[in-house]
Design a binder for this molecule. Structure first.
Ligand code: SME
Length: 161
């Protein structure tokens, strides 16, 4: 199977998200399991947007455990309600943090991270089963448009998690 992704030659994020969505949908539509799907989604997003860190934490008991990711090594466990990831899980909502240094309790896995977005990955019963975490080396790098596009992508994982 040719699993390559075709990226438009544009820096326009909206255009990139629009081009990526059907390709990611097709990529995951292979009877894939959750880990394989998260691994490919992290690879696609990281390649397309060149963020600092792109990856998943999975809900395992009362903590988040590091899942498939692209980028530098990261903390392996995050307690419920801690950091940006644990807060997105607890509050069951997308977190957009313009300046990680201004977020109380932010967990710094890398000193290069300046802003962050975390999207809950819910199962078909709306329970949070994982989070997608993206770190940028630039301040204020994520907005509501990123939130909406990434939430749409994360919904593709719902039948698998
Ligand atoms: N900054 C995250 C921890 C995970 S790393 O960014 C990969 C947090 O505060 O939850």
């Amino acid at each position: 199977m040719d699993a390559s992704i075709v990226l438009p030659k544009t820096a326009d994020r909206k255009a990139l998200y629009e081009a990526l969505f059907p390709q990611v949908e097709a990529l995951l539509n292979d009877g894939s399991d959750a880990i394989a799907a998260m691994a490919n989604m992290a690879a696609v997003l990281h390649t397309a947007f060149a963020w600092h860190w792109t990856g998943f934490y999975r809900v395992v008991g009362q903590e988040l455990v590091l899942g498939p990711f692209q980028g530098p090594v990261a903390c392996s466990r995050i307690p419920y309600g801690k950091g940006v990831c644990g807060t997105a899980w607890k509050e069951n909502k997308t977190m957009i943090v313009a300046d990680v240094d201004a977020f109380p309790g932010h967990i710094a896995c890398s000193s290069l991270s300046r802003s962050e977005i975390v999207i809950p990955v819910r199962n078909m019963g709306s329970e949070v089963k994982a989070v997608l975490d993206i770190d940028s080396e630039h301040l204020n790098d994520f907005d509501e448009n990123d939130g909406r596009a990434l939430e749409r992508l994360c919904k593709l994982l719902s039948p698998l998690v």
